[in-house]
Each structure stands twice: as structure tokens, then as C-alpha cells.
Ligand binder design. Structure first.
Ligand code: HEM
Length: 416
């Protein structure tokens, strides 16, 4: 048995009763206007229902709808279309913001209005009267049930929507929190780096004093002895001492560059010019290594407030690194563009690249991949320090075998 039939059976609504309801058609048809008017007048007595009836067009439509409703109530057929029609009425009420207590209460109003008319109509037919009243009560119960069902359906839709919104909000919140946590972590990492550099600077100046003097004495004596001796083996030994002392001095000087770095002295700097000047210094080396240089600097790139010497040091280090990365030649491409309020400069080489496991460490002090004795591992630390002191950032991307790109972003500052 299908669900709809079962539902009517459960209501004890029989086919005979459905048939009997038709005997109400003449009385409802005769009185439909006065029933609808009485219904409408009742709705006007309550502020909550009255506010929905301020529009004349809506009122006309509602009265029409009520007429149709009353006639279908006593006509049927009480089939699945009847059910769908009732569910749709529920949806309309929901859409206009009418709450169940009002439209459910209104069924009682209709029963009250209909009862005296039915009593009058069936005054001389008491048996039929019983059947008809029982049938009408059941059909109205059916309508009430369907009105409640429509309400539940709409409510669960709303609930589902609210749930989805809530879940989305939860996800956004979670994302926000994760990002925030990461930004906190990042600050911590930057602080740690800054502390390490500060410690290093103190250490370096201390060491420079402690070691610098004996080193120059050693160097002086070794050179003096080298000139004095005629013995080749001794000469070779002394020459090693000189080379190694020079290596120590180089590290010391780099360390001192960090330690003694004075605060940036800013003035308007043309970075394109600064880069070209540095490239000029390396012209001979670049051509010897068969390295082509491409410069793509947007004409409109403005001057930047920066310390010219420090910026020069940045490009010197990066160009030197690029040359080392391309022993067999290649291309060094320098680009400069204005992106929002920043100047973005990238230096891309087509060299051997940096393995992924080294990439995160290349700005760390003393990190070097060059052969022992060839690099101090401080060049990029100095570069990063300078860029950050200018309020900028430097990032690196690299693909082993294809090349490395350093990207510097510097704020143009107010006025640009
Ligand atoms: C016995 C209870 C009620 C029944 C059987 C009923 C029936 C209906 C029907 C058949 C429609 C037309 C639906 C459609 O467009 O398909 C309707 C719409 C409407 N009903 Fe009711 N209604 C009842 C109670 C109420 C109450 C208490 C109010 C209170 C003001 C109300 C206000 C409205 C309004 C404003 C519309 C929309 C009219 C329009 O814009 O076309 N109804 N109702």
C-alpha cells in the first residue's frame, strides 16, 4: 500500500467519508464569500496577521486563494496532488514569514465558521450530519498535518543551511588560527635569527681585537722569513702559513662588516644604476666566464630611499654568487619592477642551482657549499641583514641544474 493511502487509513478517513464531503459543496458554494470575509475580518483583528494584509493586491489574491481552498476542501479528490498543493501553501506561508501558530489556529476558525452552516444544512438529516462532520474534521486534521510537515521541511532546510554556514565559518576560523600560529612562529624565528646575529656581531668584534693583532704579526713574520730563506721546502711551508692567515683575515673582515655595520644612511638611490655599476666592475670576469647579462628595468621605476654603499654590497654579493654558479657560462637576468608600493628586483642565473635541502639554510651565518677555504658563508647573511634593515625581504627559488633566482622586495615608502 502506498504511503499516502496508509496515511489516510491511519486518519480513519474512509472512501465513504470522502464521498460524503461532497454533500457539503452546495452549502460552501452558497456561503463562500461570507466565510472568506469573516475569515479575513478575523485576521485583521490581530497585529501579527494584519501586517501581512496591508497590500491590496495580496489581500485580493488571499481571498481568491481562500475561496479555492474552501471549495477544494469539500471537493477533493484527496489524492497526492491534494497533498502537494497543501505542502505548497505551507511553503508560501513560510516565505511570507507567517509562523505556524497563526495558520494552524486559522483551521479552528474555519471549523467554527462552518459548524452553524452545516448544522442548519443537515438539520433534517442527522445521520448524514454525523458522517459529514466526522469526515470534515479528519480532512482538516489532514491539512493541519500537511501544514506542519511543510513547516518542518522548511525548518530543516534552514537548519541545514545554517549548519553548512557554521561549518564553513568553523573552517575559516581554523584556517585563520593556523595562519596566525604560523605568523607567530615566523616572528619567533626572525627574533632568534636577529639574536644570533647580534651575538655574532659581539663575538666578531671581540675576536677581531684578540686575533687581529697576533695574526698581522704572524703574517709579517712569515713574509719576512719567506724572503730570507733560500730553502724551497721552508718557502712552501711559509707560503701555506700566509695563505691560511689571509683566509682567517678574510673571515674576520666579513665578520667585522656585520659587527660594525653602521645604521643605513639613506638618500635617494637609483638601484638600476647601482646594479649596472657593480656589473661594470665584473665586466671582465663576466665575459671571461661567457656570462651574458640581461637587464630589464621598467623605465618608470622610481628612486628609492636607501644606503647606496650597502645596496652596492648587496648586488656585489649576489652578482659574485651568480658568477660562481655559472662556471661554464650562462645568463644573468636582472629585472626591476614596481609592484604595488614595492620595488621588486630579481637576479636570475642559469647556473647549477641549489639543492632543496640547502635552500632554507643559505642565509644562515657560516653556511657555505663552496670548497673549504673558498667562501666564508657570510655573504648572503650580510645581504639579508641589509635588505631587512631597509624594511625589505629577500627570497630565493632554485632548481638544481637550471638556475637560481633571488628576489628582493623593497618598500618605496610614502610619497610614491
Ligand atoms: C486555514 C489556514 C489557512 C489556509 C488554508 C491558507 C491558505 C492559503 C493559500 C491556498 C494561499 C495561496 C498559496 C499559493 O500562492 O499557492 C495562501 C497564501 C497566503 N496566506 Fe494563507 N492560509 C491560511 C492561513 C493564513 C493566515 C492565518 C494568514 C495571515 C495573514 C495567511 C496569509 C496569507 C498570505 C499573506 C498569503 C499570500 C498571498 C499572496 O501573496 O498571494 N494565511 N494561504
Amino acid at each position: 500500500m502506498n504511503e499516502w493511502i496508509t496515511r489516510k487509513n491511519f486518519l480513519l478517513l474512509t472512501e465513504e467519508e470522502e464521498e460524503a464531503l461532497k454533500s457539503l459543496q452546495p452549502v460552501v458554494t452558497r456561503h463562500v464569500d461570507e466565510l472568506v470575509t469573516a475569515f479575513y475580518r478575523h485576521l485583521l483583528r490581530f497585529a501579527e496577521t494584519r501586517r501581512l494584509l496591508s497590500d491590496e493586491l495580496i489581500t485580493t489574491r488571499l481571498k481568491d486563494a481562500q475561496r479555492r481552498y474552501l471549495l477544494s476542501l469539500v471537493t477533493g479528490p484527496y489524492d497526492e496532488r491534494y497533498r502537494d498543493d497543501r505542502l505548497r501553501i505551507g511553503q508560501v506561508h513560510d516565505r511570507i514569514g507567517l509562523t505556524p501558530k497563526w495558520y494552524l489556529g486559522a483551521y479552528s476558525l474555519y471549523l467554527n465558521l462552518l459548524r452553524p452552516l452545516i448544522v442548519e444544512e443537515f438539520r433534517n438529516r442527522p445521520n448524514q450530519f454525523q458522517t459529514v462532520v466526522a469526515a470534515l474534521t479528519k480532512v482538516i486534521f489532514l491539512d493541519i498535518g500537511l501544514a506542519i510537515e511543510a513547516y518542518i521541511l522548511k525548518s530543516s532546510e534552514r537548519l541545514e543551511f545554517a549548519n553548512r554556514q557554521l561549518a564553513e565559518l568553523g573552517r575559516d576560523l581554523e584556517k585563520g588560527l593556523t595562519k596566525k600560529r604560523k605568523d607567530l612562529q615566523q616572528t619567533q624565528e626572525q627574533l632568534r635569527q636577529a639574536e644570533r646575529l647580534a651575538e655574532l656581531a659581539t663575538l666578531a668584534s671581540g675576536m677581531a681585537h684578540e686575533i687581529g693583532t697576533p695574526m698581522s704579526v704572524i703574517l709579517g713574520r712569515a713574509e719576512y722569513l719567506m724572503h730570507r730563506t733560500g730553502d724551497e721546502a721552508t718557502k712552501k711551508g711559509l707560503s701555506t702559513i700566509v695563505t691560511q692567515v689571509e683566509r682567517i683575515t678574510k673571515v674576520m673582515n666579513q665578520l667585522l662588516a656585520i659587527a660594525r655595520r653602521r645604521p643605513a644612511e639613506r638618500r635617494a638611490v637609483n638601484l638600476r644604476q647601482a646594479i649596472e655599476e657593480n656589473l661594470e666592475m665584473f665586466r671582465e670576469r663576466l665575459s671571461r666566464h661567457r656570462i651574458q647579462v640581461e637587464i630589464a628595468f621598467a623605465e618608470s621605476v622610481p628612486l628609492i630611499s636607501a644606503d647606496a654603499d650597502q645596496m652596492s654590497q648587496v648586488f656585489l654579493n649576489l652578482i659574485m654568487n651568480a658568477i660562481h654558479a655559472m662556471p661554464d657560462g650562462g645568463t644573468l637576468r636582472v629585472e626591476g619592477t614596481q609592484v604595488n608600493g614595492n620595488l621588486r628586483i630579481s637576479l636570475a642565473d642559469t647556473g647549477h642551482g641549489i639543492p632543496a635541502e640547502h635552500l632554507s639554510r643559505i642565509f644562515d651565518p657560516f653556511f657555505t657549499t663552496k670548497e673549504t677555504g673558498k667562501g666564508t658563508g657570510l655573504g648572503l647573511t650580510v645581504v639579508k641583514g641589509i635588505i631587512e634593515e631597509h624594511g625589505g625581504t629577500i627570497t630565493v627559488t632554485s632548481e638544481p641544474g637550471r638556475g637560481t633566482t633571488f628576489t628582493i622586495t623593497l618598500p618605496l615608502g610614502a610619497g610614491h
